[in-house]
Design a protein around this ligand. Structure first.
Ligand SMILES: C[S@@+](CC[C@H](N)C(=O)[O-])C[C@H]1O[C@@H](n2cnc3c(N)ncnc32)[C@H](O)[C@@H]1O
Length: 426
């Protein structure tokens, strides 16, 4: 093995609390462990003032930047509107007293509304999205409408505070939507429970919401005391194209890009669909997410200009087994390479890039994403590969098993470890 690549168990954080500060506000697939983001920031961002996460997800890196003294600006980019809501809320302090008062008011309003529905036959208007009855029990739909209407009716004098409060409660609402839906536990793809599980299922929607809100309020009260001045800039942009991040402005990147195309790895859009529809996003926007995700649209043929021998080797191997799957893999790296161009534009000379990636297996062929990233950056400009740390992923929420052969029922453990790639732009 390359001397720069080594296993280091001190990066596993097997027994650490990964929900500290505001990190536990909302589940998201393949979340980064806060301890990893923190250590990368502390090791490679000591003199950094500007940070970027071009695949921000639920904002783990941004929140860690907000907890550090030295940052002036932290940019986060993501194509998924749910990630932008979660990341904003996790990194935006809210006055504790106002938050506690509004929480009590909100919970009371929900209970009163529920009493009106039960005893005064007050009607609720269901949102109109495809298959709502398939994914939610009728009682859960009523309770979710009650919560959503109660959040929408929050009014305070200061518009910014009002928006921050509504967004704070929307995050707890979104997490409640996931918890009370008829989806199977622990799955990121949309699968419904089986009939017998569904019959016994009686979610306590208002109770779940209150529990989540109260947990988040306590965390926010602690975060308020720890948050530093770093300005968080969340961009609704696509890292494959020119973003509004200024050229040569970034001192450090700490990020975990997707592992592969959304059809055969994590479908972030599918994961977010029910929450986004409840939050009022139109179904077209929701469907688009997985298409514009890296590798979302397969290439027509195998021609490409990517300068990575490791990639070419595995493409040849996969193509000899299954040419369609080889195109899926290639399409992901063609898109990833566009992000390399954009990242190179914004990176300062002397800046560090920290990528946390998984090496998935397709048709029995292990794809060395860590090596491919190094080769793509080196082909683009003068990048030094410092090291690649291999860590175990004890609690990372991501599918550890998939069907790499695409044979039904044939599950292989694909990602029990991940690679932390450290590059420096010179
Ligand atoms: C592995 S997740 C990041 C998880 C994050 N580190 C966390 O802790 O939650 C990858 C993210 O990349 C986003 N993504 C995919 N394609 C993108 C693109 N073209 N531009 C920006 N973000 C993209 C996905 O929406 C997803 O949220």
């Amino acid at each position: 093995m390359d001397k720069k690549k080594f296993i280091d168990n001190s990066w596993d954080y097997k027994n650490d609390d990964t929900k500290l500060s505001n990190h536990g506000f909302h589940t998201y697939p393949a979340m980064m462990i806060p301890q990893v983001a923190r250590r990368l920031i502390e090791t490679y961002g000591q003199n950094a003032t500007v940070l970027l996460d071009p695949f921000m997800g639920s904002g783990t890196t941004l929140l860690e930047a907000k907890l550090h003294d030295n940052f002036q600006i932290a940019y986060g980019v993501d194509i998924n509107p749910l990630t932008r809501l979660i990341s904003k809320v996790k990194t935006t302090p809210i006055d504790e007293q106002i938050l506690r008062n509004e929480t009590n008011n909100l919970i009371n309003r929900c209970s009163e509304y529920k009493c009106d529905v039960l005893f005064k036959q007050k009607t609720v208007e269901k949102p109109k999205f495809h298959n709502i009855e398939y994914w939610f029990k009728p009682e859960a739909i009523i309770d979710l409408v009650i919560i959503k209407t109660s959040i929408d009716s929050i009014r305070v004098d200061n518009k910014k505070v009002e928006d921050d409060l509504k967004d704070f409660f929307r995050v707890a609402f979104s997490e409640t939507v996931r918890r009370v839906s008829n989806t199977r536990n622990g799955e990121f793809k949309l699968y419904r429970m089986n009939e017998s599980a569904l019959k016994k299922y009686t979610p306590d929607t208002l109770g779940e919401f209150e529990k989540k809100v109260r947990f988040n309020v306590e965390q926010m009260a602690l975060f308020n005391k720890e948050a530093k001045n770093c300005e968080i800039r969340i961009l609704a942009e696509d890292s494959r194209f020119k973003t509004s991040t200024p050229s040569n402005s970034i001192d450090i990147i700490v990020t975990s890009p997707p592992y592969g195309d959304s059809r055969t790895t994590v479908a972030y859009g599918q994961f977010s669909r029910l929450s986004l529809e409840w939050l009022g996003f139109d179904s077209k926007t929701v469907r688009e997410i997985d298409k514009i995700s890296l590798g979302g649209i397969p290439t027509i043929d195998m021609s490409h200009k990517l300068d990575s021998p490791s990639l070419q080797n595995i493409l040849n191997e996969i193509q000899s087994i299954d040419s369609k799957r080889a195109k899926d893999v290639l399409s992901f790296y063609i898109d990833f390479n566009q992000c390399v161009i954009e990242i190179d534009r914004v990176m300062k000379i002397g800046g560090f890039l920290c990528f946390v990636v998984g090496n998935r297996t397709v048709k029995g062929v292990k794809i060395p994403t860590d090596d491919i990233i190094v080769e793509l950056f080196k082909a683009k400009n003068n990048y030094k590969h410092h090291k690649t740390i291999i860590r175990n992923i004890p609690s990372k929420r991501m599918p550890k098993k998939n069907s790499p052969t695409n044979v039904k029922g044939e599950l292989k453990s694909t990602m029990n470890e991940e690679y932390v790639v450290i590059l420096e732009k010179q």
